[in-house]
Ligand binder design. Sequence first.
Ligand code: GLU
Length: 326
Amino acid sequence: MSGAIPARRHPGCIGRFAPSPTGPLHAGSLVAALASWLDARAHGGTWLVRIEDVDLPRCVPGADQLILQQLAACGLHPDAPPVWQSQRGAHYAQALERLVGRGLAYGCACTRADIARAHAAAGHVKPRHGELVYPGTCRPPSAPPPAGTAPRAWRLQVPTGEAGLIHWHDRRLGPQSQQLDTAVGDFVIKRADGLWAYQLAVVVDDAEQGITHVVRGEDLADNTPRQIWLQRCLGLPTPAYLHTPLVCGPNGEKLSKQNGATPLDLSDPLRALQDAATVLGLAPEQGGPAVTPEMPLGDWLAQATSAWRARWVGSGQGSSPGSGPR
Ligand code: GLU
């Protein structure tokens, strides 16, 4: 199968940075990159980079290489060659097959308009932000959509009641929970346009790469329960999670490529790293590294690693894998 993931070097802690190549790194994405690198190094573990290019229409040609160059300019070098999700479709297909085989995933012919209509009919008001919870129109045992009805997405069934209440522990945010059926509903794992959904790709790859510690931006925290449920459905382990603070733009919203974040100025990588460290609570006055004249990048990174270790390694980590559907 193409896109096989190379053997890993140091068992123990394996972390990763998983950028979507929708543009170059910006101040916000460097925070996640640096934090995941520091966490892996502070554990004496391995750091991997995975290019999350499943949403091809949103990817910008060349952004993947640019991101890798930007990471290298900051001294953040992966311990194995990066992996591209666009080459791993066969692995996602296998996972989908297993879920369908276990009766946990089903084909769905609903359009967004169908979903909105079902909500309106039930008297629900559309939330201003966020997706509508899927009303379960195509969920078995309802009649499958007639053959030839397109488009057809694949959804994962989420349980209701106590089983649908997913508890998890975030190393920074503390105990978290989400009632999956009322917050999200049966969610898409393969899109109607044939593309693999982030949720499935990330879970399959984190498991295959042996990721033990996921460190990423806080905007993804509310995706975690979906991923934990998928891990349980596929019989995969749940890594430890740490979600980092977000960098906000002038409008108070999360800085993103979509809202015009400027690419990092890497004429001075130490400055960019220090800004990222400040967001992570590792400014010099908080026990983080101070930049001294002519300071080698490696020295700054070593000091930042010690500061990260003192702050985050050794307490309150991990989330216990729960039991999945049998
Ligand atoms: N590809 C996602 C992003 O760039 C990150 C996914 C993850 O870290 O789980 O926002």
